[in-house]
Design a protein around this ligand. Structure first.
Ligand code: PEP
Ligand code: MN
Length: 307
């Protein structure tokens, strides 16, 4: 039985997907131009193929992606004025470069603590004044973008919101840089396309954050996709940092996961640190205390110095 060609005219690469080198395949009835080299990726502004030099993002005076490992530390949630001020002072003394703390919390259950909102933003701003550490905090919805952008030096988009395109569009027009966490079930391509929304809308300052994905492995909260970090670094010029806290869910694993992330090429780490982790209002099991954080900082600095 003869096979009839489905395509009866030549397929030409469009300018946008221009491929160097094509090969003609003929079957006597039709000519098919077969692309033999990969076309430009769909995330063209984020692509390293089209822009080889690394992007350096400046957030509150800290540069991310410039070669130096950037450490962002602080509690999952801002719980009180005293808690965030104490954390800021102590993580700064241990060597952190930026302070994290959630004011608006994306919780799986509506009955869990949802964050202290505007009050927490005020306390974060105060902690920045006192410590000098720039602030990383999450925005959950479009209506809070201006309010959060006023306070944050780096605006976090949480894993659950990675594909909230209305939120991404709103953030694409702010002047503040964005930390885009990878969705728990997002492919690397989907993650980079989410970043593309920010870039295409006019915000060039995007930092990616791997925070673990959903797999069948049940011993850890998520599976930290370190190979995905290396792949993302190959595919994009944007800085990529790692969150070993959500990536493991277990405080005992945070130092090892941090070292592994640095070894595979992460540009920074986002670590949940709490002055009294057992009492944390959210993510207690994965929060490390300040002495553990300080010890990790010493180790990471020694490795960096040895390179
Ligand atoms: C967080 O950083 O506390 C957080 C909620 O992270 P994720 O969106 O990665 O779950
Ligand atoms: Mn958390």
């Amino acid at each position: 039985m003869s096979v009839r060609p489905v395509i009866s005219r030549a397929i030409r690469p469009t300018p946008a997907t221009h491929a160097r080198g094509t090969r003609a395949a003929t079957n006597g009835r039709a000519t098919l131009a077969v692309v033999t080299e990969p076309a430009a990726p769909p995330f063209r502004l984020a692509s390293r193929q089209l822009r080889p030099e690394a992007t350096v993002v400046a957030a509150g005076g800290v540069t991310i992606g410039a070669g130096r490992l950037v450490i962002i530390a602080g509690p999952c949630s801002v719980e009180s004025r005293q808690q965030i001020r104490e954390t800021a002072r102590r993580v700064r003394a241990a060597g952190a470069h930026m302070l994290r703390g959630g004011a608006y919390k994306p919780r799986t259950s509506p009955y869990e603590f949802q964050g202290l909102g505007p009050k927490a933003l005020e306390w974060l701003a105060e902690a920045r004044e006192e410590s000098g550490l720039p602030i990383v905090t999450e925005v959950l919805s479009q209506e809070d973008v201006d309010r959060v952008a006023d306070c944050a030096d780096l605006i976090q988009v949480g894993a659950r919101n990675m594909q909230n395109y209305a939120l991404l569009r709103a953030l694409s027009t702010t002047s503040k840089p964005v930390l885009l966490k990878r969705g728990p079930s997002a492919t690397i391509e989907e993650w980079l396309l989410a970043a593309e929304y920010l870039l295409a809308g006019g915000n060039p300052n995007v930092v990616l954050c791997e925070r673990g994905i959903r797999t069948f492995a049940s011993g850890t909260r998520n599976t930290l996709d370190l190979a995905g970090v290396a792949l993302a670094k190959e595919l994009t010029h944007l800085p990529v940092i790692v969150d070993p806290s959500h990536g493991t869910g277990l405080r005992s694993l945070v130092p090892a996961a941090s070292r592994a992330a640095v070894a595979i090429g992460a540009d920074g780490l986002l670590i949940e640190v709490h002055p009294r982790p057992e009492q944390a209002w959210s993510d207690a099991a994965q929060s490390i205390n300040v002495p553990t954080f300080a010890k990790l900082m010493v180790e990471l600095r020694a490795r960096e110095a040895a390179e």
